[in-house]
Design a protein around this ligand. Structure first.
Ligand code: GLU
Length: 442
């Protein structure tokens, strides 16, 4: 059985790039009926916040992603201590004493000599006595000792990968303040929870080489890895996590529909044309991790907006009713309102403006060159309040009386009613305005 996990760090809101990872894991799992786990990588207690955890969960649910199990790394520190001790006894984890400034100096020296800034394992060479002395002077931190064997794996997206660890520093697994870093903690979790497939962004490829060595040091089988490409903007720049407009909370507030986001994210970097899927179920069939492109995927916000527009326009009234009521539309008008509104909105939020139009009154202005025409026209309107096709019948009458036709006839009427030269189909809008007891003010 396939077991996957999505492992966000709750140090910020869920970003569209990270959501793509969640979607890929979720799809790969649900397609085969496996288990999908939400893991919160919250060992950084100073930056992890409950507010972010709650929002991440809310956002995932809003998107349509639900998980079978959930846990937080902060509750598993004892377990990490235990494994760390095991690795220390094996000689694969060692204590270090350099301060950040000392490490920085070492890095700069190597770079100046044109050498890769790989940690020199100075602490590994310390005697027990020397370590004892240093312990009394400053806090220590811990590194995993890489071996020199080239690490190879068959990546489900990138294909065969080979990484030579001699160009990589022994990774820090516990910081001087005692905080466990993700590198070890993640491997321990993946082992304990039986994770079979790790699907994550290609920024983790080097971590994978290191983590494979940790799995092997612990004599555990190595899960399958798949590294998907990262999202870039239209100029080819990496999407910044700091760009708040692309976090889920803001996309939701700006009225973007969840399935539009999902549809775009699954088609980016795949051979499939961008189309709107109504449900995750519709995506299972077309989703294939191995066919994803290795190249960075360009995120086009205008595609997102147009998919979202299509998504909202195709919603059944049952899915928009709550929103419609929330903006003040009474139950008996909701169907007529939705029938008119759906043709005129890009997002649900646009309905608020439309409802304002529905509640407008007509204010005639004596200085308007069309004043006389409008005054006459609106004096005729009272006979049509009860008609089922008031716009058609009323404008026919006004046409006869005024001898106007085409734009000359329709535009001033539309403008007086809506305050704009363009907008909803008047055949659908006027009945709602009349039911709202439209007043003509002179
Ligand atoms: N917390 C890590 C991240 O958000 C998890 C990476 C992984 O999936 O292993 O990048």
């Amino acid at each position: 059985m396939i077991i996957t996990r999505f492992a966000p760090s709750p140090t910020g809101f869920l970003h569209i790039g990270n959501l793509r990872t969640a979607i890929f894991n979720f799809l790969a799992t649900r397609k085969e009926g496996g288990e999908f786990i939400l893991r919160l990588d919250d060992t950084d207690q100073s930056r992890s916040k409950k507010e972010f955890i709650d929002q991440i969960k809310e956002d995932l649910n809003w998107i349509g992603i639900f998980w079978d199990k959930e846990f937080s790394q902060s509750n598993r520190i004892k377990r990490y201590d235990f494994i760390k001790k095991e690795l220390v006894e094996m000689g694969r984890v060692y204590e270090c004493f350099e301060t950040p400034t000392e490490l920085d100096l070492k890095r700069k020296k190597l770079l100046n000599m044109g050498r890769p800034p790989v940690y020199d394992r100075a602490s590994l060479k310390l005697s027990e006595n020397e370590k004892e002395k240093l312990r009394s002077e400053k806090p220590s931190y811990w590194r995993f000792k890489l071996n020199n064997e080239v690490v190879e794996w068959k990546d489900s997206i990138l294909g065969n990968q080979t990484i030579n660890p001699s160009s990589v520093s022994d990774p820090v697994i516990v910081k001087a303040d005692g905080q466990y870093l993700y590198t070890l903690a993640s491997v321990v979790d993946d082992i304990d929870y039986g994770v079979t497939d790790i699907i994550r962004g290609s920024d983790h490829v080097t971590n994978t080489a290191v983590q494979i060595q940790i799995f092997e040091a612990l004599s555990k089988s190595v899960p399958k890895f798949g590294h998907h490409s990262l999202l870039i903007d239209l100029d080819g720049k990496a999407l910044s996590k700091r760009d708040g407009s692309l976090n889920l909370k803001n996309l939701k507030n700006s009225g973007i529909e969840p399935m539009a986001i999902v549809s775009l994210l699954v088609s980016l970097g795949s051979a499939n044309v961008i189309e709107l899927y109504k449900d995750f179920k519709d995506i299972f069939e077309i989703f294939d991790l191995s066919s994803l492109s290795k190249a960075p995927a360009k995120l086009n916000i205008s595609s997102l907006k147009s998919l979202s527009q299509k998504a909202v326009q195709e919603l059944p009234i049952s899915e928009v009713e709550d929103y419609i009521f929330s903006i003040g539309v009474p139950k008996d008008l909701s169907r007529n309102f939705w029938d008119m509104a759906k043709e005129n909105i890009s997002t649900k939020n646009d309905m608020e403006e439309l409802w304002k139009i529905c509640k407008r009154d007509v204010q005639l202005d004596k200085t308007d060159p069309d004043y006389e025409f409008l005054q006459k026209a609106f004096s005729l309107l009272k006979d049509f309040y009860k008609e089922s096709e008031p716009w058609k019948l009323w404008t026919e009458k006004v046409k006869k009386v005024s001898k106007r036709k085409g734009k000359e006839l329709y535009l001033p009427l539309r403008y007086a009613l809506t305050g704009s030269n363009s907008g909803p189909d008047m055949n659908k809008l006027l009945p709602i305005m009349l039911l709202n007891n439209l007043q003509i003010i002179e």
